[in-house]
Every structure is written in structure tokens, then in C-alpha cells.
Design a protein around this ligand. Structure first.
Ligand code: HSE
Length: 448
């Protein structure tokens, strides 16, 4: 035991929430108390665990004293040095954190929805009170990504972040790719395994990923980005056929959270933040992220390319990130100093997703007769969109014939990079060509 630890009394830690993550935080705080005390320089004393119903049965490690459970969250946050919030939701989490900050406590939260919706209120309150606010667990669970972007890369210039930040959707897409199963069957399997909620909307419609994208974009671009700034598209329209086609063209479909520096039509610099499914080339490191794992790929001017990989959800992985934050905040209490404040000096405009430069892969069914491909190519040329590849499969994966009695041919056109607005206009113009029967799918290609 070091000298400072002998002099320093225990730091009081309050826990708000005792679900899958909270119970693991309580377990680690109590079972690893000796190590934590040595790392911090003072013991961490868990002084209470606020829950809605203290008498409800809950699995708690034997090391955790059940008498710590309390329904008085308000009272608890005012008698703590560090308040951990893992209850989720906007209220009462926001009010309790604000109350804790007002009372002088450092706060650690895993609440991505709250930070994406109203983070600035909390950051401002913490800055005014001169206390720490840490939130590593709010993005990609166990993966250290908030601290690297907020601190380790603070001397660099981030150009782009591409993240697989939702494990449920990555599991669903991975199952579709590896077994050929439908979207609905893959979601059902994810629910059976406990990855997906009974109502999977937040995951499959991209809301969860969008909240994380907003948090990462704010940190990376020193600009306030909230959930409503994020252009969002989920994976519900992805078919087994899309996934099979992705494989045939050397890609895999991933739900990506993207935050990148972009230049608007007027030459002004801004940020594009979006969540959507995209084709990722099999050669890109993100393509190898399987199952429910998460990964965040960062491109920075000086650092170059970085990738952070690991478990994005679950009790222990998320608790690991929470505990790391608790140790940081506790060290400041013992040794002095403070974590970073909100950095929004750049105040870049959030530009529409149509400003982003991307590539499209368009699948379409056309009349199978001479000159049709030339007509389609002419539209692309007229919009200034360059073609990277055209494939005309003889046997598309949907089992229909590419040519023959139906007189229908299937084309797969992959473009070179162009502004999203030009690509979208091109697809609209192709769709109304007389020999075009159907645009089967349009997917962006990212990470090339
Ligand atoms: N539901 C999220 C996921 C975990 O599937 O990754 C919590 O953000």
C-alpha cells in the first residue's frame, strides 16, 4: 500500500442501475477492490445501488452486500464522490446525473441515448462544476474508442471513422452471409441468443448505431453532433439475395456508422454523419468482423489507419469500460487533475449525407436485347458517374435465368466514387428508362 493510499480515505461510489451491466460493475468493484485501491491510491467503497424495486429478485455476486440496494436514487447521488449510471433511458438518468454533478460528484455513464440526445447539457454542467464526466462504455462496449478519439488522437486530425458499432445487426448480417438465411430468420436467431431485444427496432433500424455515431463524430470533429444530425437507414430491407450478391462481387454487407470530413458544393468544410448498410470489400479489415463483435476503423492524418476491435455489448465487457472510467475519475480525486472538457471549438456544419462521396452498386432487371446496356451506360456518363464494373450474371442467385424465355437480363453495376447526390440522381434516371423493369437494389460501397 502506497503512502498516499494510507492517507486517503475511501472514495464513495454510487451505482445507478443493477441490470446486466450494473450487477457486473458491482461484482468487479467488490471482487477486485484490493487491485482497484492500489491502482487508484485509495479504496473504492460502493455505498449504494439504486434500483426501481429493491425487493425484486436479481442475480448479484456474493461479494455484493444486498443491503446496498436502495430505491432512493436522489439521496444516493448526493452522498457519493463518483456516480456510475448504467440504468439507461433519458429520465430519470439525466436528472440524477445532473444532481450528482451539482453535488460535486464525478460521473461515469454508459448511456449512449442520453449523450446523443442531450450530452451538451451534461458536459456543460460537469465543466461548470469542475468534475469529470466519462462515457467509454457508451460506444462499442468494451472497446476503448472514446478515450483514443477524445485523448490519444487529440493531437491529430481525424478524417474519417467507419464503425461496426451494433453487435445485433452485425450478427444478423453475418448469419445471413454465412448460412444464406433470411433477415427475419436471422433476427429470430439473434433474439433466441439474447443479442436482439424482443422489439429489435432500435438495433435493426440503426437508432442505436446512430447514437454512437453522434458521440464519436462530436469527439472526432470537435463539433456538437446530436442524434437528429445523423442520417439513418437500417438493415430491414437487406435480402438474402443482396447478401449473396455481395459475396459474388467480393464484398460483405455491414451496417456502418460513418463520420467523415466532407466538403460542400460551396467549398465549405463540414462533417457528414450517417448510418446505413454498405458493401465492404472483403480486403478491408472491417469485413472480417464476424458475429456480434464490434470494430471501429479510424483514419487520421498523422496516425494513418487504426482499428479497434472487441465486444460491443454484454455485462462484463461493458463493465470493463465502466471500471476503467471509474479508475480515471478516482485517480483525479486522489492525485488532483481532471479529465477533458467538451471540445467543440471547430463547430463545423453538419452537411447532408448527399454531400458525401461514396460508390454505389446497383442491381437491375432489364429487357434482354441489344443496346440496353449502352442506354444505361449513357445515363451514367451524362451524370458524370464513372463505371468501375458491370456484371451480367447468367444465373442470378434468386434462381431466375439471366437470359432466355423471360427476356430479362440482370445487371450489376458498380460505380467509381462520386457525390451521393449525383449517384442518387443517376439511379432515378436509370429507373425510368423504357427497358428497365426494376431497380432490384442500391447499396453504397464503403471502405474501398
Ligand atoms: N444493442 C446493442 C448492440 C448493444 O446490439 O450492439 C448496446 O448498445
Amino acid at each position: 500500500m502506497g503512502a498516499s493510499q494510507q492517507e486517503q480515505g475511501p472514495l464513495r461510489v454510487a451505482l445507478l442501475g443493477c441490470g446486466v451491466v450494473g450487477s457486473e460493475v458491482a461484482r468487479l468493484l467488490t471482487q477486485q477492490s484490493a487491485d482497484l485501491a492500489s491502482r487508484v491510491g485509495a479504496p473504492l467503497e460502493l455505498v449504494g445501488i439504486a434500483v426501481r424495486d429493491a425487493s425484486a429478485p436479481r442475480p448479484l455476486a456474493e461479494s455484493v452486500d444486498r443491503s446496498l440496494l436502495t430505491e432512493d436514487a436522489e439521496g444516493l447521488v448526493t452522498r457519493a464522490d463518483i456516480v456510475i449510471e448504467v440504468m439507461g433511458g433519458i429520465e430519470p438518468a439525466r436528472s440524477l446525473l445532473l444532481r450528482a454533478i451539482e453535488a460535486g460528484a464525478a460521473v461515469v455513464t454508459a448511456n449512449k441515448a442520453l449523450l446523443a440526445e442531450d450530452g451538451p447539457t451534461l458536459y456543460k454542467a460537469a465543466d461548470t462544476a469542475g468534475v469529470d464526466i466519462y462515457f467509454e462504455a457508451a460506444v462499442a462496449g468494451a472497446i476503448p474508442i472514446v478515450r483514443p478519439v477524445r485523448e490519444s488522437l487529440a493531437g491529430d486530425h481525424v478524417r474519417r471513422i467507419l464503425g461496426i458499432v451494433n453487435g445485433t445487426t452485425n450478427y444478423v448480417l453475418d448469419q445471413m452471409a454465412s448460412t444464406g438465411m433470411s433477415f427475419d430468420d436471422a433476427v429470430k436467431q439473434a433474439q433466441d441468443l439474447g443479442y436482439a431485444e424482443a422489439d429489435p427496432t432500435a438495433d435493426v433500424e440503426g437508432f442505436d448505431a446512430a447514437a454512437k455515431a453522434a458521440i464519436l463524430a462530436s469527439l472526432a470533429f470537435h463539433t456538437r453532433v446530436s442524434l437528429e444530425d445523423v442520417a439513418r437507414e437500417g438493415i430491414t430491407a437487406i435480402t438474402a439475395d443482396d447478401v449473396a450478391w455481395a459475396a459474388q462481387t467480393g464484398h460483405v454487407i455491414k451496417l456502418l456508422a460513418i463520420a467523415e470530413a466532407v466538403t460542400g458544393d460551396d467549398g465549405a468544410h463540414g462533417v457528414s454523419v450517417r448510418v446505413h448498410p454498405a458493401l465492404v470489400p472483403l480486403t478491408h479489415p472491417l469485413a472480417g468482423v464476424r458475429g456480434a463483435f464490434n470494430a471501429v476503423f479510424v483514419e487520421a492524418d498523422a496516425a494513418g489507419e487504426l482499428m479497434f476491435y472487441g465486444r460491443g455489448a454484454g455485462g462484463s465487457p461493458t463493465a470493463s469500460a465502466v471500471l476503467g472510467d471509474v479508475v480515471s475519475a478516482a485517480r483525479h480525486r486522489v492525485l488532483g487533475g481532471k479529465g477533458p472538457e467538451e471540445s467543440i471549438y471547430a463547430a463545423l456544419p453538419i452537411l447532408p449525407a448527399s454531400t458525401a462521396v461514396t460508390r454505389y452498386q446497383v442491381r437491375l432487371a432489364v429487357d434482354d436485347r441489344p443496346g440496353v446496356l449502352a442506354q444505361v451506360a449513357q445515363v451514367l456518363a451524362s451524370k458524370g458517374v464513372s463505371i468501375e464494373a458491370v456484371r451480367q450474371p447468367s444465373e442470378p442467385s434468386d434462381g431466375t435465368q439471366g437470359d432466355g424465355p423471360t427476356g430479362v437480363a440482370h445487371l450489376v453495376i458498380t460505380t467509381h466514387a462520386a457525390a451521393e447526390a449525383a449517384l442518387a440522381a443517376t439511379v432515378d434516371a436509370i429507373a425510368v428508362l423504357e427497358p428497365v423493369r426494376e431497380i432490384t437494389s442500391v447499396l453504397r460501397v464503403e471502405g474501398a
